[in-house]
Design a protein around this ligand. Sequence first.
Ligand code: GSH
Length: 220
Amino acid sequence: MMRLWGRKSSINVQKVLWCLAELGLKEGKDFERIDAGLHFGKNRTPEFLALNPNGLVPTLEDRDLVLWESNTILRYLARQYGQSKCFPTDMASQYQSEKWMDWQVGTLWPSLRIAFLGLTRIPEGERNYEAIRKAYQDSSALLTLLDQQLISQQYCSGNTFHIGDIPLALCVSRWILLNQTFPDQTGPRPILNNIDAWMKRLEEGTQYKVVAEKELNVIK
Ligand SMILES: N[C@@H](CCC(=O)N[C@@H](CS)C(=O)NCC(=O)O)C(=O)O
């Protein structure tokens, strides 16, 4: 059975859980999940570091294959288990999806992460509110690029849901929750109508519900 290491509150573990749900793979039947990271610990043990020397979650074991890096895990799962309508194989939509996945991990998240970790993981007295606000506003500016893309198509890589939508949507949900929870610290959030409509499509038409969060997991 496949084994996924990682706590459910992690954005990167949520990507994998959402993907597994899209593929119809069920916890307890098709894969087991071991809570690891933050207060669960386990991610610094020699056993875990032998699997993932970064000491981070998610980490996936599928028979002899051990994978880390959440977006790579999605690519693997989609290829290995996802020859279905959720994961179109035509080159154009595949590589549009790749493009947005790389943008999420290399451009959007490095900025949003400063605001996210700053407000949810760093104790109040140690926060750099100026950096947090700037990072949040930078993230909003970046998300206008996604909003523009979504004028002409329903999903990030075309008119079909693809794995590229998963990392983006989980960033967007944190971007919204951060502003709802800490409006004074983030500053204003622009209304991006195309992103709102896309999120609604994901809520109604995909397995997003298995990981959707109504509130931020704030560590005091
Ligand atoms: N680039 C990696 C980042 C992984 C990562 O930063 N994981 C975080 C959780 S989102 C982690 O393991 N943090 C340590 C912890 O939870 O204890 C990926 O996409 O998988």
